[in-house]
Write a protein that binds this ligand. Structure first.
Ligand SMILES: NC(=O)c1ccc[n+]([C@@H]2O[C@H](COP(=O)([O-])OP(=O)(O)OC[C@H]3O[C@@H](n4cnc5c(N)ncnc54)[C@H](OP(=O)(O)O)[C@@H]3O)[C@@H](O)[C@H]2O)c1
Length: 156
């Protein structure tokens, strides 16, 4: 599985339940990356992303008994349920957050694609900070005059 996330200098991914930056180039990049692949996200994140994305299918973690499903999104009550749905897939599966879901699937991530945003945020959700020790960067993409870099890292 592949984690895909944007983090501030101090490791935050959100503030007041929303993303505290607007980076259209980064948004375009991650949407392109997950194109036609299955993605996993928490209910709070699902309710914030544009309806369909371009992913193959969205698996939404929620404990709500009757969460309304869509033809492009399946509600799952546990990590195990998500894993059962994906047990036969040969596609790359992307973990799209938020904080609770990054934590839940952290040990399953073989690769992380991290947008490092040059900003400090007094935030409320994080990506596990241990990623800098557990993963080694192998590609770093810099954008001229943009306040972020995208770093691809594999688990050691
Ligand atoms: N910077 C980034 O790259 C990035 C990426 C994604 C999201 N975000 C931000 O992260 C914030 C949301 O993160 P969050 O941690 O508050 O919420 P979240 O992870 O998106 O969703 C949390 C919800 O997922 C469900 N859930 C969590 N663990 C579960 C489990 N073990 N089994 C079943 N369901 C489970 C629960 O839904 P129910 O309440 O329905 O039971 C829970 O309320 C937002 O501000 C979003 O904008 C940032």
């Amino acid at each position: 599985m592949i984690g895909i996330v944007a983090v501030s200098n101090d490791g935050y991914i959100s503030k007041d339940n929303s993303i505290p930056w607007d980076l259209p180039v980064d948004k375009k990049q991650w949407k392109h990356t997950v194109r036609n692949n299955p993605v996993i996200m928490g209910r709070k994140t699902f309710e914030q992303v544009p309806a369909r994305l371009t992913s193959d299918h969205i698996y939404v973690l929620t404990r709500t008994e009757t969460y309304p499903e869509k033809d492009y999104a399946t509600a799952c009550k546990s990590k195990e349920e998500v894993m059962r749905h994906l047990s036969d897939t040969t596609q790359d599966v992307y973990i799209l957050g938020g904080g609770k879901i990054y934590e839940l699937f952290y040990n399953e991530m073989e690769t992380v694609i991290v947008t490092e945003v040059d900003m400090s945020v007094d935030g409320d959700a994080r990506f596990p900070l241990s990623y800098t020790e557990d993963f080694t960067p192998h590609v770093r993409i810099k954008f001229s005059n943009r306040p972020f870099e995208i770093v691809y890292s594999n688990r050691d």
